[in-house]
Design a protein around this ligand. Structure first.
Ligand SMILES: CC(C)(COP(=O)(O)OP(=O)(O)OC[C@H]1O[C@@H](n2cnc3c(N)ncnc32)[C@H](O)[C@@H]1OP(=O)(O)O)[C@@H](O)C(=O)NCCC(=O)NCCS
Length: 186
């Protein structure tokens, strides 16, 4: 796959079906991207459409990994909403097509998301990962720091409750961090 296949998507128009197909496929294969594996397909497709609408509205930043015309992976950056969290972003929906996982592509996509976040001026990244999976190990392996976990915070089903692991990555001051010092609160 060429490096040119990994790039920010400023306008996701035309990617709706491919992105929904990717998200459904990743979910069915047991991926931890917001749904249990047996979630109704329509719910996944609806959220895929709403996610791309957020990109179009400028509230989410998207990266896509493509192989020719095929969409192989995605990642999103959600800026902190509000002045005291404007310096940070949350990485969401990092996913690689099930047929292409464990080939180094997820690591490359995550590194590209970090690079994009730096370009956009963020100084800190956050993300959460589903417990009971290899994901915490994946993020630690990518240099992220696990800063805590919410016990039993994710309900995949009546009998399947998981911890949510929170990760953080400092990526430098970034322009959005350069706020004038306001001194101690009075
Ligand atoms: C998580 C995901 C993005 C990782 O991408 P990937 O291309 O499969 O991972 P890579 O090949 O880049 O893996 C890099 C390293 O992490 C390890 N790793 C990746 N996924 C892992 C997992 N689920 N469990 C344990 N280790 C994992 C790999 O073994 C590799 O280590 P190595 O280089 O020492 O062998 C991908 O597996 C995926 O899309 N999963 C489904 C969606 C999902 O759960 N996303 C996470 C949202 S928080």
């Amino acid at each position: 796959m060429t490096v040119g296949g990994l790039a920010p998507v400023l306008d996701p128009t035309g990617l709706e079906a491919a992105f929904a197909d990717l998200w459904v496929g990743v979910t069915r294969a047991g991926g931890a991207v917001g749904f249990p594996p047996d979630a109704p397909e329509g719910e996944i497709r609806d959220l895929a459409g709403a996610t791309l609408a957020e990109v179009r509205a400028g509230r989410l930043h998207m990266l896509a990994l493509r192989d020719g015309a095929a969409l192989v992976g995605t990642a999103f950056l959600q800026p902190g909403a509000g002045p005291v969290v404007a310096h940070r972003a949350t990485v969401l929906r990092l996913m690689i097509h099930p047929d292409r996982q464990r080939q180094g592509l997820g690591g490359r996509l995550l590194a590209a998301a970090v690079g994009r976040a730096r370009e956009l001026g963020f100084g800190q990244l956050l993300l959460s990962a589903r417990g009971g999976t290899g994901l915490p190990g994946f993020y630690t392996g990518q240099g992220w720091t696990e800063v805590g976990r919410f016990p039993r915070a994710l309900r995949l089903g009546a009998d399947d409750v998981r911890d949510e692991h929170w990760f953080q990555l400092e990526i430098g001051p970034g322009p959005r961090n350069r706020r004038e010092s306001v001194g101690p609160a009075r």
